[in-house]
Write a protein that binds this ligand. Sequence first.
Ligand SMILES: *[C@@H]1O[C@H](CO)[C@@H](O)[C@H](O)[C@H]1NC(C)=O
Ligand SMILES: *[C@@H]1O[C@H](CO)[C@@H](O)[C@H](O)[C@H]1NC(C)=O
Ligand SMILES: *[C@@H]1O[C@H](CO)[C@@H](O)[C@H](O)[C@H]1NC(C)=O
Ligand SMILES: *[C@@H]1O[C@H](CO)[C@@H](O)[C@H](O)[C@H]1NC(C)=O
Length: 663
Amino acid sequence: MFVVLFLALLTNSGFCQDDEGPYRGKHLGKLNSYHHQVSGDVYAVDDYTLLLTSFSYDGNGADTFFWAGAANRPGPQGFIVPDEYGKTNVLARYFNRDFTLTLPDNKKITDIKWFAIYDLLSQNTFGDIYIPEEFEPPTVQRIPQLAGKSHGVSSTDIEIIDAKRIKLNEFSYDGGSKKAHFWVGVGPQPASKGYKVPDEYGYVDPIRAYKTETITLELPGDLTIFNIDWFSIFDLETKENLGSIIVPDGLNVPPSLVKVIPHKDHLPNCLQLHKDFQVSWEIFGPQITFQMAGQIDENSYMSFGISGSTERSQMVGSDVTVAYMGGSSGFTTDYNITALTPCVKVLGQYKGVCKDELVGGQDSNQIHTAVRENGISIITYRRNLISPDHGDKEYPTEGSIYVVWAIGRLDKNKEPTFHDFYPKTNISVELNPKEPFSNCFSFTRSDTQLREPWNKGQIYDKTIRIFKAYLGPSGGKRGYQGTTGQTSTSLAWYINGYLAPELWLRRGLTYAFRVYGGNNPHSAEFYHPLIITDEPHGGFDRLSDEAQSKIRVLAGVEYSRRGRPRPTAAGALCLAQHRNVNDRRLDDDFPSFKKFNRSLEYSCEDGDPGILEFTPNTSWPDIVYYNSFTQANMGWKIHVIDSFSWRSQGTTLKINYFIIIPI
Ligand SMILES: *[C@@H]1O[C@H](CO)[C@@H](O)[C@H](O)[C@H]1NC(C)=O
Ligand SMILES: *[C@@H]1O[C@H](CO)[C@@H](O)[C@H](O)[C@H]1NC(C)=O
Ligand SMILES: *[C@@H]1O[C@H](CO)[C@@H](O)[C@H](O)[C@H]1NC(C)=O
Ligand SMILES: *[C@@H]1O[C@H](CO)[C@@H](O)[C@H](O)[C@H]1NC(C)=O
């Protein structure tokens, strides 16, 4: 991955404006050329890695390798340096190539005296370069702590990891300043002219409070550590520097592996909503043209629209466009948000995040162009400033309006599921400014590591016959999404205190769920009777008759005399929730479900649970699923087994824990 990304970076011109071209590490020099047209430049990237640029060799040596050693000059005393693919084959022809080489066996550049293109058969050096005495390869540079000035800003030392990344160790800030940002710029000291640095999650909104947290920030767009003189926590409203460091010149740091993807052809006004999402627009006559550009995967959507409130950014009541690519076509669907839940049918009416067309409105967007290039979806659409659909909001040409946005995954019906990225702050924008407004920067991509999902919850205990089912947050990518591989809504079933665990139940025994999923059918968000079906999604109520007919419901649904399905197990609502101070966008920071669970607050409404009693029999398949009647993707697997004894004969399955909960 290292090599691939690095090459991608090098072949991508025009992302760094340094006179000498992009920063590539410490220059060791040009290869001395003796034979076979060897030429090129050599850089040290870090302790172990060399970068060759514009490297050429005619490929005519018989037994020629990259070769390095600690003797005084190139000779038979040495070792092969594997080629750019990590192979130790005889070298073929190279023409003007850029690539990295990693020394074998954790050898360091400082352990060798020379690097050569060497022919073992003829013991002939075709080209070489010497490593100077006292050579210091690029490495992480440390700067003493932030000079904190106010609002509790402090840190221990700060590490410049490479040309684009800054790591703040044990960073604190009380969150009390209104428009504080990570902020960088040039000049002798922090000033209001500068660049926003997205936070550790890529948000460009004012930063949250931090409590001795260690975070890594990436400089936006094509900015590098060599383009800036200072890094600050800066309040853009009061123009106050809350804490800062001076970045020394000429830091000997590794080059950045981040790929910069310029995206310049946006419309004249452009608002950067997140590191991976920008929206640009232009008003012309009675119409407004928007372009959404998002670095999202192909199963994700991006959405943007007018807030549901005129005083703040608010999802409920908003009028948004959900845009995504489906194959080579783009879609820009007009949505109406009446509740913070995927669209559900509440007593025959659609509520939640629903298509305008479903709630009696019309789709007012006219798609213009849609492409996906370099992993970025770029979708342009047009609409009238004043829509003929009275449910739509008006786009004012004067003054500013509050907007909302989100990025999330699409479910299998291409409907938006719970968003992964969304703002928590108020965002207002002037749609028709006197001078075009833009704060957009190039997209960047790095090899971000996916974090392991939390341990899967598993309940394998033959003594448990009664399960308590209540509702709780689905967690971030490491929660429901990570452990089940399904997209999630904001809520999931918690069974006996576990987030959507797998259950093992024995055929022939009678079990019961005590269901606390809410029993008010008027609620779009909190009405979840429990059902058991032979498919993993549920949300039975929302499905068409045809889709329903394909599903085998094993428990939890009965049919009225008119043949309509009715849930049988709805009960009072018990809900685990984030505490007010907790930001659910940071759920992935919890190392385990146990720790996450401890951060939640539990509350129950008065009333009895619904009881779902059932006896899996021989007609049940081996795997069934507990689900919500109204909403898809809230539950998970039940293994129906014939005996509990198989585990004692050596397990094929890793069981993480057992639990025994007396009820
Ligand atoms: C969106 O929902 C609101 C509230 O239910 C309604 O007033 C409005 O007309 C709806 N918009 C459309 C396009 O149906
Ligand atoms: C957004 O604005 C509203 C109204 O001015 C205010 O009550 C709210 O606290 C603001 N939210 C944030 C996150 O600043
Ligand atoms: C989650 O928290 C609830 C309430 O505090 C507790 O009853 C339950 O056992 C916890 N779950 C786990 C797996 O620790
Ligand atoms: C087996 O279970 C299904 C679903 O719960 C039920 O409809 C059926 O009557 C049961 N069969 C027997 C023989 O009890």
